[in-house]
Ligand binder design. Sequence first.
Ligand code: 5GP
Length: 189
Amino acid sequence: MDSLKEKIRTEGRVISGGILKVDSFLNHEIDPFLMKDVAKEFAKRFRQDKITKVLTVEASGIAVGIMTAYELGVPMIFAKKKKPSTMDGTFITKKVFSFTKNTEYDIIISSEYIEKEDNVLIVDDFLALGNAALALGEIVKDAGAKVAGIGIVIEKGFQNGGKLLRESGYRVESLATIKSLDSGVVEFL
Ligand code: 5GP
């Protein structure tokens, strides 16, 4: 996606440790026009797959998720990182190791929002080691539903997540894949 790559090139900042900061359009301030283009692209790639729900994880996945769900005409669910007191009934929870925060956290979803008949598209802002997407995939499988695929806005191709997910049998569609962030320069695949 050229508009996304251009935005990364002009506004992305490389932080040490292989992290790309894109707070000006994806992770803090959010560019709704770019999000619309991102969502249209995901919808185009997955329209034939009869998606029934879009699943992501809070907080950075929500903007991507809701726009994609809107384009596909289906609901969006986001996994929460803390169990709210209002969440009753049964729920599914998984542990995720965070690459950026170097710590483990739980994600949780109320069982009532994923049914056996669902064909779920997982989306997220970044793919690094693949832990977040894998945990979301396991949640869908635990619910007895199907993962149609995984849509990623920015895949860091120099990390193992993409390989891991594809080898696990998931269809992964990334809109921009970064080959390297060496010397502070973004190089696309
Ligand atoms: P993974 O689970 O694939 O290791 O990491 C994915 C999650 O970590 C994403 O949801 C994203 O929030 C965060 N993340 C991973 N790498 C980066 C990065 O380079 N920049 C930013 N802004 N977030 C990242």
